[in-house]
Ligand binder design. Structure first.
Ligand SMILES: Cc1ncc(COP(=O)(O)O)c(C=O)c1O
Length: 332
């Protein structure tokens, strides 16, 4: 039996959607990562019970860290963007986590920069606070070992391709790392929004809203570029069609990054007849009811969508591009 709700929430489901397509479905990803990170920091004496853990988050990490702090008797302070919605804000308040929501800012780069600046101000005022640095500290990889074990146990030696959105890079990077310990042929496919600097697509803007949680306007230390075999850049519009199809066809109600991952996973599945393709569903669809699901009539049949195969970043174009990354280093 679980000793805390965070353990239950952190454990994903593995759902077989067809013979070679599997969904790794989280209620809220990052709970498993935050729990293991806090545990490790306590065990190694970096922090003590009652200390304050601090980070900036646009949403699901805030919730994950608040649950981990609740579990281990820590205080939690979040510098959030306006993507922290009212439901989460209320839960954080009752859980005892404090939240500062930064003023709305349409420029993502500025928004991220201002949040980091605010974190530095807080650290200057409270040097005893511990900054979790979810985007840079690979302590966030640790919790995914248990998830990799679960995948290994359930897929019974199948050759795997893992597909997932890349934000901090911890989930896809860690899962690939742990799976490759005994299956080095495991392929890793990263999914990005257009406009993200992480794999060099900052020059192609998506006119629609950004896909929450994936991509970045600044480089992140937790992204291990040399782990990725393939990259897909997917527009909001295509991801919307993916999300709606996933709900309609398979009854999985998930977020927009999942819709994008599902499109990429179906594509990779069709190209590799021997492989089982597993894609990450990082959150549920509730946050996306108005922005995505209410627009379900705009969804196009996903069979009509195909990526443009590009050889380099110059070729990237909306609505969907695919590139062999070949475990290369970060873009210069
Ligand atoms: C909805 C969603 N999908 C995917 C991701 C990417 O996960 P990671 O930060 O582990 O790369 C995030 C991260 O915040 C997210 O919020």
């Amino acid at each position: 039996m679980d000793q805390h709700i965070a353990e239950a929430i952190g454990r994903p489901d593995l759902i077989r959607l067809d013979d070679r397509l599997v969904c790794l479905r989280f209620e809220t990803m990052k709970v498993v990562s935050a729990l293991a990170a806090v545990r490790h920091l306590l065990d190694t004496g970096v922090v003590r019970r009652g200390d304050t853990l601090l980070d900036s988050s646009s949403g699901i990490y805030a919730y994950a860290l608040a649950l981990a702090c609740h579990r281990y008797g820590m205080r939690c302070h979040i510098v959030g963007s306006t993507t922290v919605d009212d439901t989460l804000r209320t839960q954080l308040a009752v859980l005892g986590a404090t939240l500062e929501r930064m003023e709305p800012c349409s420029d993502l780069k500025l928004d991220q920069k201002r949040r980091v600046e605010r974190v530095h101000e807080i650290l200057a005022e409270h040097p005893g606070h511990h900054w979790m640095r979810q985007y840079h500290d690979d302590v966030h990889y640790l919790g995914y070992r248990a998830v990799a074990d679960l995948i290994r146990g359930a897929t019974d030696g199948a050759e795997l391709t893992l597909v997932g959105g890349v934000g901090s890079g911890a989930s896809t990077g860690a899962l690939a790392h742990y799976l490759r310990e005994d299956a080095p042929g495991t392929e890793l496919v990263g999914v990005q929004p257009f406009g993200s600097v992480t794999f060099g697509a900052e020059h192609v803007a998506d006119p629609e809203i950004i896909i929450a949680g994936i991509g970045s306007s600044i480089p992140f230390g937790n992204v291990r570029h040399a782990s990725y075999d393939t990259l897909h850049w997917i527009s909001f519009e295509a991801a919307l069609s993916g999300s709606v199809d996933l709900l309609r066809r398979h009854a999985v109600f998930a977020g927009l990054s999942t819709g994008a991952g599902y499109l990429a996973a179906r594509w990779e599945r069709a190209r590799s007849p021997r492989r089982t393709v597993l894609f990450v569903a990082a959150d549920t669809g509730h946050r996306y009811v108005d922005s995505v699901y209410a627009r379900h009539r705009e969804a196009v049949p996903i069979g009509s969508l195909a990526p443009r195969q590009v050889a380099g970043r110059d070729g990237l174009a909306l609505p969907w591009s695919r590139m062999d990354w070949n475990r290369a280093d970060p873009p210069s």
